[in-house]
Design a protein around this ligand. Structure first.
Ligand code: 5GP
Length: 253
C-alpha cells in the first residue's frame, strides 16, 4: 500500500491527505500535553476515546444543522474530515468560571456566569495562544465582520447542543474551545466546525460530585485521564461493549 502523505503533525493529532480531493484523514494520538507542551505524557487509549467522542459530538451537530468538517469515522484512531482553511482563532465559550478566566478576573472556579461568555485567542503556540479582541481580529484580517457574526452564532449553537447532551448524562459543561474553518462551495464561503470536540478541549464536571472528567485531570494531576474520558464515553453510550478494547487499543490505522 502506498504511504500516505502527512500534511501536519500537531500535539494530539496527525493530518494525512485523504482518499479524495478535499478530504483529510485525522489521526488521534495518545499524546497529552499541557501548559503549551511544557507538560507531556502518553496516555494509553486517549486517542481512541477522543476519536469516538469527537465523532459523537460532531455527528450530533451535523444532525441538528450545525455544519462540521466530520464525514465519517474510519477506524479506532482515524476519521475522515472535510479539508478546510482554519481561521487562526481558538473560540472559547464559558458557562462557569474556570482556568485562565478565573485567574485573569479573580473569579472563583465554578462560579456560574450571568450568560455564556465567548472569548477569542490567537492560535500561536509560540505566543501561548494569547487572548485577543474583535479589534485585533478585524485589524489583522483574521476574520471579517460577517465571519465574526457567524462564528458567534455557531459557538452559541455548539454550546446549547453540548450543554444539553452533557446535562442529560449528569455532566456540567463548564467551558470549551472550538476551531472553525472556511470551505468554498463555488463562489460562496461557508464556516464549519473543525478540529475536534472532546474532553481534551472541554471542561466537564460531574453535576453531583464536581469530579473533573476532562483534561484538567492531566493538567492538575488528579488521577487517571483514561478513566475520566472512559466515564464520559460510558455515560454517552459511545463505549464499545468491551471496555478494555477502548483503553488498550491494538488496532492502529
Ligand atoms: P482556559 O483558557 O481556561 O485555559 O481554557 C478554556 C477552555 O478551552 C478549556 O476547556 C480548555 O480545555 C480549552 N482550551 C483552551 N486552549 C486550548 C488548547 O490550546 N487546546 C485544547 N485542546 N483546548 C484548549
Amino acid at each position: 500500500m502506498a504511504r500516505r502523505k502527512k500534511i501536519y503533525e500537531g500535539k494530539a493529532k496527525i493530518l494525512y491527505e485523504g482518499p479524495e480531493p478535499g478530504t483529510i484523514v485525522q489521526y488521534f494520538k495518545d499524546d497529552a500535553t499541557a501548559f503549551n507542551a511544557q507538560k507531556k505524557d502518553v496516555i494509553d487509549g486517549k486517542g481512541v476515546l477522543n476519536n469516538r467522542l469527537s465523532e459523537y459530538f460532531m455527528t450530533g451537530l451535523n444532525n441538528i444543522g450545525v455544519p462540521t468538517h466530520f464525514i465519517r469515522r474510519l477506524n479506532m484512531r482515524e476519521q475522515l474530515v472535510r479539508s478546510c482553511e482554519i481561521i487562526p482563532l481558538e473560540i472559547i465559550v464559558r458557562n462557569f468560571a474556570a482556568g485562565s478566566f478565573s485567574k485573569r478576573l479573580g473569579i472563583e472556579e465554578g462560579t456560574s456566569l450571568p450568560r455564556p461568555i465567548v472569548e477569542y485567542c490567537y492560535k500561536d503556540d509560540k505566543l501561548g495562544d494569547p487572548l485577543v479582541t474583535e479589534e485585533h481580529i478585524a485589524a489583522f484580517g483574521w476574520a471579517s465582520q460577517q465571519d465574526m457574526d457567524d462564528i458567534l452564532s455557531l459557538a452559541l449553537r455548539v454550546n446549547d447542543f453540548m450543554s444539553g447532551v452533557m446535562m442529560a448524562v449528569g455532566i456540567k459543561l463548564v467551558d470549551f474551545k472550538i476551531e472553525i474553518g472556511r470551505v468554498y462551495d463555488g463562489d460562496f464561503q461557508r464556516l464549519i466546525i473543525a478540529d475536534e470536540i472532546s474532553p481534551d478541549s472541554c471542561r466537564l464536571w460531574d453535576i453531583e460530585t464536581g469530579q473533573k472528567l476532562d483534561k484538567d485531570v492531566f493538567r492538575r494531576d488528579l488521577g487517571s485521564l483514561t478513566d475520566a474520558y472512559t466515564e464520559v464515553a460510558r455515560r454517552l453510550g459511545v463505549m464499545p461493549k468491551n471496555a478494555t478494547q477502548i483503553t488498550r487499543p491494538t488496532l492502529i490505522n
